[in-house]
Design a protein around this ligand. Structure first.
Ligand code: EPZ
Length: 415
């Protein structure tokens, strides 16, 4: 079981490079199934979720090879994943549904598992595909979508990131013009659309609530480098805010991080756009209010990391988690370190200004694991983080090494 040891760390300083975004790479890998020609992706991070998605693509009949950070995919044909179990290990596997349905006329998936943070249903994905004339049959833990797709006007009851991505991908090979209203606007959606456009897709409105896709006969190969990871950058920005750091996050896209940077600035951190990325100086001092919302609102993936910053400011901070139903599991572990936090439903009240003391804690999900790493920087003494689910490596490329590069005392002590 992976374990990390973090000691109370002095001011962080220096610079560290931001990896490309997990949540852009995963849909882009799925989209590679839409063409029989070769796809070449660059700067792909070494993450467990990326490895899993590559295995899912192989299970769908694609050839996938990796050379350092370059991945080559060629899906001469695309069919439902043979290895259903793979899909239960990672929810993002559901993103192959749209491409396979559009390419092969049928896709059978085992329903993706929920996870610690919520049930993670896919009703919006299925409802949208039905609007595109797909037949949807559910039998126990399996869902089958099939049939020739026809363009349609789709309204999403909630701007679901995954549903938006699946429907865009399905619509790229569907004759006619498909409109998706109340679509998600995340930068990762825009990046997926840039990639699909490089493959010959005809998409307008990416990054807005109204996306139109004009279907084409077929898509061709492409070569692409995904955007930097705004959540990794945000996590490292929180590390700097906790330790009064002076750090440069090389490659960070500040235009993707406005909500977080406003929160950190309001709390007293100096956030400056730099020609090479994002520079942060100083410590968060004032309490904050954060309500997680769809983009461009404050991102739910940053709720746990920013909560650690809130524990070190002086006063009462108030967080409201509106996206996932169970995303406060890091609170119990933070309280073990001495944080004063009270959860009332989707509300969390953080009474800041209390010293954290190192202890043994356990990671419950990906962003909780990152939050505990940050808490270890602020806590007196040493903090041992056990990560039985291997959560941290799913979404962060050697976070302990990146923190160490900034002067933190952080290391992985067990695999
Ligand atoms: C994506 O998940 C991200 N994952 C998540 O990041 C991120 O937290 C989330 O978007 C919100 O920004 C990837 O991109 C791989 P949603 P996704 O569909 O697509 C409900 C991380 O830590 N919903 O926007 O699954 C759902 O239950 C991960 O990197 C339905 O009810 O998010 C949730 O409450 C965690 N029915 C809310 O919507 C549906 O059909 C947001 O889900 C789909 C979603």
């Amino acid at each position: 079981m992976p374990q990390y040891q973090i000691s109370h760390s002095p001011k962080l300083s220096g610079e560290v490079a931001i990896s490309t975004a997990k949540n852009a790479v995963l849909p882009i890998l799925a989209a590679s199934l839409l063409t029989h020609e070769e796809i070449i992706l660059h700067q792909i991070p070494f993450l467990t979720d990326v490895r899993h998605m590559a295995d899912v693509l192989r299970s769908c009949g694609a050839e996938v090879s990796q050379q350092d950070r370059d991945i080559r995919i060629r899906a001469l044909s695309a069919s439902s994943p043979r290895d259903a179990a793979l899909l239960r290990t990672m929810r993002a596997s559901v993103l192959v549904m749209g491409p396979i349905l559009a390419r092969a006329g049928e896709c059978v998936l085992s329903m993706p598992g929920g996870c610690a943070i919520g049930q993670r249903p896919i009703d919006l994905h299925l409802k949208g595909l039905q609007k595109l004339s797909a037949r949807v049959e559910q039998d126990g833990g399996t869902v089958r979508v099939s049939g020739a797709l026809r363009s349609a006007n789709i309204y999403l009851d909630f701007p679901s990131v995954g549903a938006t991505e699946n429907l865009i991908m399905a619509a790229t090979l569907t004759r006619g013009v498909t409109r998706i209203e109340n679509a998600a606007k995340e930068p990762e959606i825009v990046d997926l659309c840039h990639f699909l456009t490089a493959m010959g897709a005809r998409i307008a409105g990416a990054g807005t609530a109204n996306i139109t896709v004009e279907g084409v006969e077929c898509l061709h190969g492409a070569e692409y480098t995904p955007i930097p990871d705004r959540i990794e950058a945000g996590t490292l920005a929180c590390a700097a805010a906790l330790t009064e750091g002076s750090v440069l996050l090389v490659g960070a896209r500040t235009d993707h991080m406005r909500a977080l940077l406003f929160k950190l600035s309001e709390s007293g951190v100096i956030c400056q756009e730099d020609a090479r990325g994002l520079r942060l100086r100083g410590k968060a001092r004032h309490p904050m209010e954060a309500r997680t919302l769809s983009y461009p609102g404050f991102p739910t993936d940053m709720q746990a990391p920013l909560m650690v910053v809130a524990t070190q400011t002086h006063g009462l901070s108030v967080f409201l988690e509106t996206i996932f139903e169970n995303r406060y599991m890091h609170v119990v572990e933070l309280k073990r370190l001495g944080a004063h936090i009270r959860v009332e439903g989707q509300l969390a009240l953080i009474q800041g200004g209390h010293i954290l003391n190192g202890a043994s804690v356990t990671a419950t999900d990906l962003r909780a694991a990152a939050a505990l790493m940050l808490a270890g920087l602020a806590a007196q003494g040493q903090t041992l983080i056990s990560d039985p689910g291997g959560h941290l490596m799913r979404g962060y490329e050697r976070l302990e090494e990146k923190l160490r590069a900034l002067g933190a005392e952080a290391e992985k002590v067990a695999d």
